[in-house]
Design a protein around this ligand. Structure first.
Ligand code: DLL
Length: 435
């Protein structure tokens, strides 16, 4: 059963995978220690030398890296090779102040695209297919990753990027796209738009979709599958580790296989940092095994999930992760963009408002709504509607500049946002994205 892009790796025995990982980790740690001063200092501080890492069973000795480290080291502090050897930069779907940039050598681009090719083949892709890539192209990794993977498989690639739904639908129908790659919310929206035009699911040529970059539920999967008449596959990844394709779903649709020959996964207790046994719920941590440009050891993703090595019907042997079940930080993903409440707070303070605010996020007709209620100080308060509206517009603009997406801002009178006795409730997320 099953189609594989690289069968010898994707179905290798546990012993074979371990042997590959053990060989690679020794080299990767040496590479990082020799080339990345930032991480060398962390290892020295912890008293760990490259010789102490003889295989993946020693990885737990290494220090963690977090997004805060990436920001501190921005932009070049974690570069693993001379910039001249790099051919690409990509960046997280966030934000101005908190962007993370990742560097790729040609080798890194190849391994990333191979991972995406594995995902496409697992979703039934082959040379016969027309792959419509409707993830954003540009700094975001979604477009570039699936585009490269589609080329590697030899599919006819439609580089649509996101947006312009009319054109998406026209090309999908006229060029008979068979595989759609985009965020699940956009897939749902495309499904609805097709229905609005009177198209039935059987009118399109799509057979599969590869959807990720944001949380989505099983119910959403079923509804997309129904509206587009396809099988919908999940795909996971993050810029820091390469991009989409760190893990991908097979036809069993019961978790995503992590590409273990390139990325070593651990699950830890987010509070203590202790490594948890297989089957435990905790924070996912990745160690790259063979990256050159931006090798990260023990990178804390903040995504909460469970790993399992239960035998998979597809024949793949790589460990599976559940869908992320939430995050161990306060990051939200709104319309595919990573948003932190701290950024909103920074804008409010800069614009002279109190930090009394509340963020409300919902998903209506498969698209995220995003509103920020901001309390005015007594001296800011005005009951002239047009004055408040002008202030709201100005704040919306400042938020858009900081976040990369525009919330609706609503100024409210002093003392109208409920005070909390414990932690302030800053975010009300009605989307129920986690099962
Ligand atoms: O979202 C890479 C990607 C592109 C993955 C296209 C899949 C498809 P970032 O912008 O760096 O990279 O955001 C990474 O998004 O830590 C998760 O919290 C979340 N995420 C990614 N895939 C999934 C998924 C891309 N399938 C962050 N389900 C990660 C739930 C996901 N959350």
């Amino acid at each position: 059963m099953g189609n594989y892009f690289q069968p010898e790796i994707e179905t290798a025995s546990r012993e074979e995978i371990l042997a590959i990982q053990n060989e690679k980790i020794v080299k990767q740690v040496k590479h990082v220690y020799e080339n990345v001063k930032y991480y060398r200092d962390l290892m020295d501080e912890k008293g760990v030398k490259p010789e102490d890492i003889k295989g993946v069973e020693d990885i737990h000795k290494l220090p963690f890296l977090s997004k805060a480290d990436l920001r501190e080291a921005y932009p070049y502090g974690l570069l693993g090779t001379d910039l001249k050897n790099c051919v690409r930069i990509q960046s997280t779907s966030g934000t101005t102040g908190k962007r993370v940039v990742a560097f790729y050598t040609q080798h890194d681009v190849d391994l990333w695209e191979e991972c995406c090719a594995r995902a496409i083949v697992a979703a039934g892709g082959s040379k016969e297919d027309v792959v419509q890539v409707s993830y954003g192209y540009g700094l975001f990794t979604g477009g570039a990753g699936l585009h490269g993977g589609s080329h590697k498989v030899g599919c006819l690639t439609l580089p649509m990027s996101s947006g312009n739904t009319e054109r998406q639908i026209q090309f999908m129908m006229d060029l008979q796209a068979t595989i759609l790659c985009c965020t699940p919310s956009y897939a749902a929206y495309l499904g609805e738009s097709l229905a609005d035009k009177g198209c039935k699911p059987q009118d399109n040529c799509l057979k599969a979709g590869i959807f990720g970059a944001e949380p989505w539920t099983e119910e959403m999967r079923r509804s997309i599958e129904k509206s587009l008449g396809i099988k919908a596959y999940d795909i996971y990844g993050l810029t820091e580790v390469s991009g989409p394709g760190v893990a991908f779903e097979c036809e069993a649709q019961s978790g995503m296989h992590i590409n273990e020959d390139h990325f070593y996964a651990e699950v830890i207790d987010p509070d203590t940092g202790e490594v948890l046994p297989e089957g435990s719920k905790g924070e996912l941590v990745f160690t790259s095994l063979d990256k050159e440009g931006f090798p990260l050891l023990r990178y804390r993703t903040r995504d909460i999930c469970i790993l399992t090595r239960e035998k998979c019907a597809c024949g793949r042997t790589h460990v599976k992760m559940t869908k992320p079940m939430g995050r161990s930080d306060d990051m939200m993903i709104i319309r595919g963009v990573n948003v932190f409440p701290s950024q909103i707070e920074a804008v409010l303070l800069k614009e002279g408002y109190t930090p009394n605010y509340q963020i409300e996020v919902d998903r209506i007709n498969n698209s995220d709504t995003f509103e920020i209620k901001v309390e005015m100080a007594p001296e800011q308060f005005s009951d002239i509607v047009s004055i408040n509206q002008a202030k709201e517009k100005k704040l919306e603009q400042a938020m858009r500049t900081m976040l990369g997406i525009g919330p609706k801002v609503r100024l409210v009178p002093p003392k109208t946002i409920a005070r909390s006795e414990g932690k302030a409730v800053r975010v009300i997320d009605h989307r129920k994205l986690h099962d």
